[in-house]
Write a protein that binds this ligand. Structure first.
Ligand code: BEZ
Length: 210
C-alpha cells in the first residue's frame, strides 16, 4: 500500500555514494527529502540532481538532509555524478542511494508498473524530524520537478508546525498567512499581536509570525 501523509517513513539500510546509510539514523533530528528518479545518465534526471546540488545552502538553512535514489548501481551513480558536476557546475555532496534490489523502492511504492515495470517514477517525500511523512509528490519520468516549490512547501511545513497558521495559495516566505479555523478571532487577536485582516469570518490573515 502506498504511504500517506502522517505515516511513519519506513526505515532502511542502503548503499549510497557516501557509504552505507541507515535512513532514520542518518536523518537524526533533521528534516529529510527522499526522492527517486527513473535512471542514471538520463537528461531530466541530470538536471534534477544538478539543481538539488545547487540548492544545497537553501536545504542546509532549513535543516533538511536530501537523499536521491534510483535502482542503478553505485558505480553508475559515481560516474554519472561526475557528469552532473561537469554539466551543471555544481558539487553533488548529498547521498545517492543505489537501490539495486529495489528494497527501498518497494517500501516507498516508487515503482508504478503501469508507468514502468522496472524504473522508479519521480517520487518525492518530505519527512519531518518526527520521521512522519509531511509531503508526497509523484511526477512522471518526462517532467522534471520544481525544487523551488519543494523549498516553498518546506517553509510552509516548518512555519505551520510551530504556529496556528496555514499558508494560502502561492504563498511565499514573508507574505501574510491564514489563521487556522480552530482559533477563535478573540484568541487570534491575542496570539497574533501584529494584527488580523478579516476578509470573512473564516478567512483571516495575519503577518507571517517570526
Ligand atoms: C530523463 O531523466 O531524462 C528521463 C528518464 C526516463 C524517461 C524519460 C526521461
Amino acid at each position: 500500500m502506498s504511504l500517506r501523509l502522517g505515516d511513519e517513513a519506513p526505515d532502511f539500510k542502503a548503499a549510497s555514494t557516501i557509504g552505507d546509510i541507515r535512513f532514520h539514523e542518518y536523518l537524526g533530528n533533521s528534516w529529510g527529502v527522499l526522492f527517486s528518479h527513473p535512471a542514471d545518465y538520463t537528461p531530466v534526471c541530470t538536471t534534477e540532481l544538478g539543481r538539488t546540488a545547487q540548492l544545497k545552502d537553501e536545504f542546509d538553512r532549513r535543516n533538511v538532509k536530501v537523499l536521491a535514489l534510483s535502482v542503478d548501481t553505485l558505480s553508475q551513480h559515481q560516474g554519472w555524478i561526475r557528469d552532473i558536476e561537469e554539466t551543471q557546475q555544481t558539487k553533488v555532496v548529498f547521498p545517492v542511494i543505489a537501490d539495486e534490489d529495489r528494497k527501498v523502492a518497494g517500501l516507498y511504492d516508487m515503482i508504478h508498473p503501469n508507468a514502468s515495470a522496472t524504473a522508479t517514477v519521480r517520487s518525492l517525500f518530505v519527512i519531518g524530524p518526527d520521521k512522519k511523512i509531511k509531503l508526497t509528490l509523484t511526477y512522471p519520468a518526462s517532467t522534471g520537478r520544481n525544487f523551488n516549490e519543494v523549498l516553498r512547501v518546506i517553509d510552509s511545513l516548518q512555519l505551520t508546525a510551530g504556529h496556528s497558521v496555514a499558508t494560502p495559495a502561492d504563498w511565499q516566505q514573508g507574505e501574510d498567512v491564514i489563521v487556522v479555523p480552530a482559533i477563535s478571532t478573540e484568541e487570534a487577536e491575542k496570539k497574533f499581536p501584529a494584527g488580523l485582516r478579516i476578509v470573512k469570518p473564516y478567512l483571516r490573515y495575519t503577518p507571517q509570525p517570526e
